[in-house]
Design a binder for this molecule. Structure first.
Ligand SMILES: Nc1ncnc2c1ncn2[C@@H]1O[C@H](COP(=O)(O)OP(=O)(O)OP(=O)(O)O)[C@@H](O)[C@H]1O
Length: 249
């Protein structure tokens, strides 16, 4: 464990069930505050499983995860999830208006409706949520619009760490760049960890890259150390091996 890290994984393994192989295998790394981490690797490598461990949607089978030098399990789950916010790729939103959805975390903390709406206003501009969405039902939005609202809802709580699962996959290029540049700006107070398959976007955005393959940590590097061609080729090869594996013969 490093003194200056915000999140530490020490030999963390995750098994999905009895008789099933490891989803994550002895993964160790340490994240410093204000890191912008790109989590990359072929499909099925364990990237989402890694994010889920970080806010206790699942628990390691072995090894230890610490947040600010304390084991994750020592934090009450609700408090932990206030500090470490996770936005899944297919965020389910409740049957509420977009405005109610965005105000929901503040309302849960006992903030009054008018005050929650006022606090929300700058976030609408920052994350390009049009005013005319506010009265619409969140469940009626498109996948990309829903994802945008889910990201805004989490960022508006200013979590210490924000975990994003493919936040740009359903967005147009313009919005993807807008979101990434906000997350890299001094206005964003959160440490960000993001699963993303779009390596060219990550090359311009990340400060560090964590590369997973078959549940194993292949590398954890600062951006200046990453050889993008080697990384890309490794992912393509892993994907090809998977596609032409036993199941296909
Ligand atoms: N609850 C579960 N039970 C059994 N297997 C699971 C479970 N959750 C995930 N898996 C398997 O674990 C592996 C890793 O899944 P995970 O979703 O973490 O991969 P990923 O790297 O995020 O993939 P993708 O890039 O396709 O989203 C996959 O083979 C998946 O089928």
């Amino acid at each position: 464990m490093k003194d200056d890290s915000i999140l530490d994984f020490t030999e963390v393994s995750l098994r999905a069930g009895v008789g099933i192989g490891l989803l994550l295998d002895q993964v160790s790394f340490a994240i410093a505050p204000k890191t912008r981490l790109a989590i990359v690797g072929p499909s099925g490598a364990g990237k989402t499983s890694l994010l889920r461990l970080m806010n206790r949607l699942s628990e390691p089978s072995s090894g230890q995860i610490t947040y600010r030098q304390r084991p994750l399990s020592h934090y009450p789950v609700v408090e932990l999830r206030r500090q470490i916010g996770l936005v899944m790729q297919d965020s389910k939103l409740l049957e509420q208006s977009v405005e109610e959805t965005l105000c929901y975390p503040a309302r849960l903390r006992g903030v009054g409706a008018a005050s929650a709406r006022r606090t929300l206003q700058p976030w609408l501009e920052r994350l390009k949520i049009p005013q005319d969405w506010l009265g619409r039902q969140a469940v009626e939005l498109s996948v990309g619009q829903r994802q945008r609202v889910a990201i805004a809802r989490t960022l508006a709580t200013s979590p210490d760490i924000v975990l994003l699962d493919e936040p740009t996959a359903a967005q147009d290029m313009g919005y993807a760049h807008h979101l990434l540049s906000y997350l890299a700006s001094p206005d964003n107070p959160s440490t960000v960890m993001m699963v993303n398959h779009q390596l060219e976007l990550m090359a311009d955005w990340a400060t560090h890259v964590l590369y997973l393959d078959q549940g194993k940590l292949v590398s954890y590097q600062s951006i200046s150390q990453v050889d993008w061609l080697v990384l890309k080729q490794g992912i393509i090869n892993a994907q090809n091996n998977d596609e032409w594996g036993d199941d296909n013969w």
